[in-house]
Design a protein around this ligand. Structure first.
Ligand code: URA
Ligand code: SF4
Length: 207
């Protein structure tokens, strides 16, 4: 049974949590990744954004959503009337999972398993207890499964406000697509506008 639980300090602030997470060995994903990428932002934030896992750039730089998906997300947030600097941003899984692809051994993102998401859950629970956000924006299917269970399907609930108990606390959530899915979409502009429309629901909920 993989779990981060024994590594999570009780009642810790953000910097102590981040320091502890740097040493997490709760599942095998720490072995191949460069470093733990913990959540970042204002612990008084009203909104918490939850992604899947760090990507290649995040793994190198040690911060969430600093690569191409993060740039797109920031643009979508601004267009929806949300200030990226006022959000707390994190991921369901804190280590980069990848396979090496020939010819140049490029690191290709690989989706985490349910076991890995469950293992990493105590970190997300600690972040939720610390930040106590008014609203959680769920970015894509992995974050949705991690927070709402394995039957989560983003297409059915995107752009709606859900009320669910998450790690023992009543939370409001707005699911939407993952910004990486927008980057991969055939019609990128349409996919981007869809993301913005969902984020506007989040902005209205906070207003
Ligand atoms: N994708 C994610 O889900 N999280 C990041 O931090 C970067 C890309
Ligand atoms: Fe720990 Fe999560 Fe990294 Fe697994 S992915 S080692 S549970 S921080």
């Amino acid at each position: 049974q993989y779990t981060a639980e024994p590594f999570v300090p009780e009642g810790a602030g953000l910097s102590a949590l981040r320091r502890a997470a740097a040493g997490c060995r709760g599942c095998p994903l720490h072995r191949n990744a460069t470093q733990t990428v913990f959540g970042a932002g204002d612990t008084d934030a009203r909104v918490m954004l939850v992604g899947e896992q760090p990507g290649d750039q995040e793994d190198r730089q040690g911060a969430p959503f600093v690569g191409p998906a993060g740039k797109l997300l920031d643009r979508a947030l601004r267009e929806a009337g949300l200030d990226p600097a006022e959000a707390y941003v994190t991921n369901a899984v804190k280590h980069f999972k990848f396979t090496l692809a020939e010819p140049r051994k490029r690191r290709i993102h690989k989706a985490p398993t349910l076991r890995e998401m469950t293992a990493c859950g105590p970190w997300l629970a600690a972040e939720l207890a610390l930040v106590e956000p008014e609203l959680i924006v769920v970015l894509g299917a992995t974050a949705g499964k991690a927070l709402l269970g394995s039957s989560f399907r983003v297409g059915q609930v995107r752009g709606t406000v859900l009320e669910e108990e998450i790690h023992g606390r009543p939370e409001r959530l707005v699911p939407t697509v993952h910004p990486s899915a927008v980057l991969r979409a055939d019609d990128r502009e349409q996919a981007f506008q869809g993301l913005v429309a969902d984020l506007r629901v989040a902005a209205r909920t906070l207003a």
